[in-house]
Design a protein around this ligand. Structure first.
Ligand SMILES: [Zn+2]
Length: 449
């Protein structure tokens, strides 16, 4: 490990330059901006870390993969990351151009610095460090870089399933999202799934005078509000019958791990300008909440202008998402939402967008201890296991699709502002991340198959 640390220290500026060059290639899967160039850039990065690269067509944006064989009998590790990024959003809110990496105050700013270019680049540089200074790779490695994560990875599961035999791995690792709020070293065991949808209620063909038409023309905004009110009560109970079919309760091991995660709930709330927690019928603890199903209204609007006019709007739209707990299935939840809307407001239109299945690896699954030991050794203190990570990633393709235990080693700072303007990655975390990734692989290699 000392050799790896020295290598990382010696190559700081080179690695930062490589990250800046990577951020400078836009890769917005939602619009296609820069995608072909980004695929090629990802292929070169994979090759540059000593792997045999491959661009795998998916029917959408391609996967970029790379493989290298480790010592005979060593475990085969899949490393998952994604090379696409979110659209930059409002350019006026960026302090520096989103696709021109800029260093300020020890952080690199730019779209994709944390999510996910800096994080998978740290993984790739760890492979390079292990080959150049660490005596070679301790495991066989297959890197999979997704080009469609930010649009819900619609082709990942099928594409990986078609590669199942050639991948034939033992364990999967990924680095995405921020480190734990407490900044303690943490290994993520699972993610919630996600389902986003839009409910549209239409009224008259255009907005109508509320005096001339009130009590006569139905108001789509009232209809929508009424529909939504029945979908989640003031106590937080989700009223969409069947949405939680199949939810599997947390195991004792998961509950213990959740309880062991340090959190100062009052401080976290205060940091977000809140003085209370959301209502929940079961009153679970802070960490457990991040493992349970959610239903959020993301926005409400009437498409008749933002100014206040005394009208009956013609269209009302609610954008919503649900986070899915373990055992929930996207298809089942979609059916439940559609049935709920159809039964109560038949002319409401429900349009589903991103759907991602939840993923779960139990705390006593193979390699859990090895990964945690590796992460802990890099950090100089024991790593905690986090059964649920709140957010969503398409790693059910790895756990459910390929049948692999799957471990997340998030590297970015808590305030990385992923998806928002001024996304950033603390550079010391980027460099430390290379060490962490290398340490995890060494530990998995030591554990053997
Ligand atoms: Zn993202």
């Amino acid at each position: 490990m000392d050799a790896i640390r020295t290598y990382v220290e010696r190559n700081r500026s080179r690695h930062e330059r490589e990250l800046a060059d990577w951020v400078a290639v836009p890769s917005v899967s939602a619009t296609g901006e820069g995608m072909p160039e980004a695929t090629e850039h990802a292929r070169r990065l994979v090759e540059g870390s000593g792997l045999a690269p491959r661009v795998v067509e998916t029917g959408g944006w391609p996967l970029v993969t790379g493989h290298a064989k480790g010592p005979d009998g060593s475990p085969h590790v899949v490393i998952y990351g994604h090379y696409d990024v979110q659209p930059p959003g409002p350019l006026g809110e960026w302090d520096s151009p989103p696709f021109q990496a800029t260093v300020r105050g020890g952080r690199m700013y730019g779209r994709g610095t944390g999510d996910n270019k800096g994080q998978h680049l740290a993984q790739l540089l760890a492979l390079r460090a292990l080959r150049d200074e660490g005596g070679g790779l301790p495991c066989s490695v297959t890197v999979v870089l997704d080009g469609e994560e930010e649009i819900g990875s619609p082709h990942l599961t099928d594409t990986l399933a078609s590669m199942r035999e050639e991948i034939d791995a033992d364990v999967a690792l990924w680095s995405d999202g921020p480190v734990h709020d407490s900044y303690e070293p943490t290994v993520s065991l699972g993610v919630r799934g996600a389902l986003s949808f839009e409910i549209t209620v239409r009224g008259a063909s255009s907005a109508l005078h509320s005096g001339n038409w009130g009590n006569v023309a139905p108001n789509p905004a009232w209809e929508l509000v009424w529909l939504l009110a029945g979908m989640r009560g003031p106590d937080g109970r989700i009223g969409v019958r069947g949405h939680d079919d199949g939810v599997t309760p947390l195991t004792d091991g998961e509950r213990d791990a959740l309880r062991a995660l340090p959190v100062d709930a009052a401080a976290v709330l205060a940091g977000a300008g809140l003085d209370r927690m959301d209502a929940h019928p079961d009153g679970p603890g802070y960490n457990e909440r991040l493992a349970l199903p959610t239903f959020s209204i993301n926005s409400l609007s009437c498409l008749d202008g933002d100014d206040h006019r005394t009208v009956i709007p013609s269209v009302a739209v609610a954008r919503c998402d649900m986070r899915l707990a373990c055992g929930q299935r996207v298809r089942t939840v979609q059916d439940a939402v559609r049935a709920h809307a159809r039964a109560r407001l038949p002319h409401a239109e429900v349009r589903f967008k991103v759907g991602m299945e939840p993923s779960r690896t139990l705390p006593d699954a193979p390699f859990a201890e090895a990964v945690a030991r590796g992460v802990g050794e890099a950090a100089g203190k024991p790593a905690l296991l986090a059964p649920a990570q709140g957010g969503s990633l398409p790693i059910a393709a790895l756990t459910d699709g390929l049948g692999l235990p799957c471990y997340g080693i998030p590297l970015a700072n808590v305030d990385e502002r992923n998806h928002a303007p001024n996304e950033n990655f603390e550079l010391r975390r980027f460099h430390d991340g290379i060490v962490t990734a290398a340490s995890a692989l060494l530990s998995v290699g030591k554990a053997g198959r």
